[in-house]
Design a binder for this molecule. Structure first.
Ligand code: AMP
Length: 366
């Protein structure tokens, strides 16, 4: 079976690595000559709007998927017209590409969100802040990721500089959520409507970038709530594939932040920490195979390596530690790999965590 992946970053790379044992073949399409999935599968180097190269991928592949949500809508429709299958559905892509569409859909489905308002001028920003109160977060509606394209507004004098930094493109103002923790729900849905939910994951961000995930987070009531909310979204979108839904936890309830219609950084722990990884389950889902068990095996902590990889020998000297380098050149702020620390019992993670945190530039997990 031949699978084409639009986007050749680390998510595509880990999809390929999960698919090879199943006898799958891959090609990836990415504009970057050094796209890191190109180390493990043939790379079609191409801009995303190059119809000829998209056609080449679609002609070769029996099934198409993608590894990032900003695949231009035109690409999704071109590929949908040409290929046997393109999953997750183009509608999920379109929703995830625009924070207004995303929050509006959440709202329609009864999935709680922070209050939000569209902003297209400094005047509208002043009016919205008067209604919503500060602090608030101003975000670009499109193309924001890892905290890029957003500013926290804490005082009236923050409005003008934030507008000057972000304005000129459609914006969304959101109420600031004074959350106690952040969590994510990962779920896979198959062609037959079967849904498999992974255990709830707790996430820690620094400067808008995910640094650490812990799973499973043993919070049965929150987990049930998260699964119920994610189910609404999966069914409404007639979703096929792996979906991630990120939440804030405020006073023991969930407030949705955003969704990702793809495998997700907060699911990397599933490679060692779940019966079936998110990558394998995404492939199973898009191929119409039955889903594998999403049960956690023991307890895992995933640490992102930002900027540069720590020394391999130092990481692997820690019992239960696993090393995942993406083959990306070091650069400040760039996700170049991750580590997973695994133990059978949660209390056995602390010693290893104390050794790994300084290796990834974190002093404390909180
Ligand atoms: P995003 O790119 O929207 O996922 O935001 C990245 C991170 O910024 C989130 O994981 C939060 O830590 C923080 N953040 C974003 N939106 C809000 C909000 N409305 N209230 C509080 N924190 C936020």
């Amino acid at each position: 079976m031949k699978i084409g992946i639009v986007g050749g970053g680390q998510l595509a790379r880990m999809l390929v690595l999960a698919g090879y044992p199943m006898g799958l073949q891959f090609q990836v399409l990415d504009p970057a000559i050094d796209a890191c999935a190109g180390e493990v599968a043939p790379l079609i180097r191409s801009d995303y709007d190059d119809e000829n190269h998209l056609q080449q991928l679609a002609d070769w592949a029996e099934m198409l998927t993608f590894d990032f949500e900003n695949v231009p809508a035109t690409v999704a429709s071109t590929l949908k017209r040409q290929a046997a299958g393109f999953y997750p559905p183009a509608e999920a892509l379109a929703v995830a590409q625009d924070r207004l569409h995303e929050k509006t859909l959440f709202w329609e489905l009864g999935i709680p969100t922070p209050p939000f308002a569209t902003i297209d001028s400094l005047e509208e920003l002043h009016d919205a802040v008067a209604r919503m109160e500060l602090p608030a977060v101003l975000k670009t509606r499109r193309l924001g990721y890892d905290g890029k394209g957003q500013r926290v507004l804490r005082a009236p004098e923050d409005l003008k500089p934030a507008w000057e930094a972000l304005g000129g493109v459609p914006l969304l103002l959101e109420g600031f959520v004074p959350f106690q923790r952040e969590v994510s729900v990962l779920a896979a849905r198959g062609h037959n409507g079967e849904i498999a939910f992974y255990p709830l994951v707790e996430n820690t961000h620094r400067d808008g970038i995910l640094r650490l995930s812990r799973a499973p987070l043993l919070a049965p009531q929150l987990e049930r709530e998260g699964w119920n909310l994610a189910r609404r979204l999966l069914e409404r979108l007639n979703y096929v594939g792996l979906l991630a839904l990120e939440f804030f936890v405020l006073d023991n309830h969930l407030i949705a932040n955003e969704m990702a219609p793809r495998v997700h950084n907060s699911g990397h722990w599933t490679i060692e920490g779940a019966v079936t990884s998110q990558f394998e389950n995404h492939l199973r889902a898009v191929l119409g195979l039955l889903l594998g068990s999403t049960a956690a095996v023991g307890h895992s902590i995933m640490l992102n390596c930002i900027g540069a990889m720590p020394e391999r020998a130092a990481v692997l000297a820690v019992p239960g530690a696993h090393y995942h380098a993406y083959g990306k050149a070091p650069r400040p702020g760039r996700k170049v790999g991750h580590l997973t620390l695994w133990a059978e019992h949660p209390q056995d993670l602390q010693t290893g965590l104390d050794r790994l945190l300084p290796l990834v530039g974190l002093e404390s997990p909180g």
